[in-house]
Design a protein around this ligand. Structure first.
Ligand code: ATP
Length: 233
């Protein structure tokens, strides 16, 4: 469904992605794990049209999206929830959600029902400014806002970042639920344990190269992965 092939990205002299290939099929949660600075965010930003790669191919559902604008990519149904959430602090929760549906026409009531069903706390806070939500609630709002566009695939950048364990658990349960409702997910995480326990398949990225890939259960059992990413479990 999403094919990223041999993508190179440079920031001036820095070669941030050195020929990265990643695929996501229908029905999958795929994780990309790696340390700080490995290139995870760069890859998601490239797929969603925020960064132009030096070379490579990115195909989403038979459409070559390389060089397409970020807006065109959203219209194709590929939705990126960036690290740091980026909600509109002064707008209400409901207004934030409505903006998520900017690519859509028509009645949004079924979409509001869906996201309020997934995140009941957002219904309770619907009239509150987004900036008054807790970090975890803002992460929920960012995810819910992406769902308002009725995405065909989600790109999630570090949804656990900076959140208390109980909130992380809740966010991840909802990611699994969203996937079960039919949306494949490409998930970027520094928390490898969490990512590998959630995903079907995973890729390990180190300084711009994919160094390992396979079923998440295999990577969890791999001694090199355990040593480098799982605290030597
Ligand atoms: P983190 O988990 O810390 O977000 P990451 O795996 O997402 O890390 P990237 O943010 O993709 O890593 O960064 C990959 C490399 O590219 C790093 O060496 C980073 O310093 C560099 N880099 C990222 N953005 C820029 C930029 N705008 N200009 C120059 N170098 C950049």
């Amino acid at each position: 469904m999403l094919g990223i092939k041999d993508v190179h990205v440079r920031y001036g002299k820095a070669h941030a992605l050195k020929g990265v290939s990643v695929a996501v099929s229908e029905g999958e949660i795929v994780a990309l794990i790696g340390n700080n600075g490995a290139g995870k965010t760069t890859l998601l930003n490239t797929v969603s049209g925020l960064i132009r790669p030096a070379s490579g191919d990115i195909v989403f559902e038979a459409t070559n999206v390389l060089g397409a604008s970020a807006e065109a990519i959203v219209r194709l149904g590929l939705l990126h929830v960036p690290e740091g959430r980026h909600i509109f602090a002064r707008l209400s929760v409901r207004e934030n959600l409505r903006l998520g549906a900017f690519v859509r026409n028509g009645d949004l009531s079924a979409d509001f029902d869906r996201v309020f069903g997934l995140f009941p706390i957002l219904k309770e806070r619907a009239k509150q400014p987004g900036g008054t939500l807790s970090g975890g609630e803002q992460q929920m709002l960012a995810l819910a806002r992406a769902l308002m566009a009725q995405p065909k695939m989600l790109l999630l950048d570090e949804p656990s970042l900076g959140l208390a364990p109980v909130m992380v658990e809740k966010i991840y349960r909802t990611i699994v639920e969203i996937h079960q409702q039919g949306t494949p997910v490409l998930l970027v995480e520094q928390n490898a344990f969490l990512a590998l326990n959630t995903a079907h398949r995973a890729y390990v990225i180190e300084t711009g190269n994919i160094v390992l890939s396979g079923p998440a259960s295999e990577l969890l059992a791999n001694p090199a992965v355990q040593k480098a990413y799982l605290g030597g479990l």
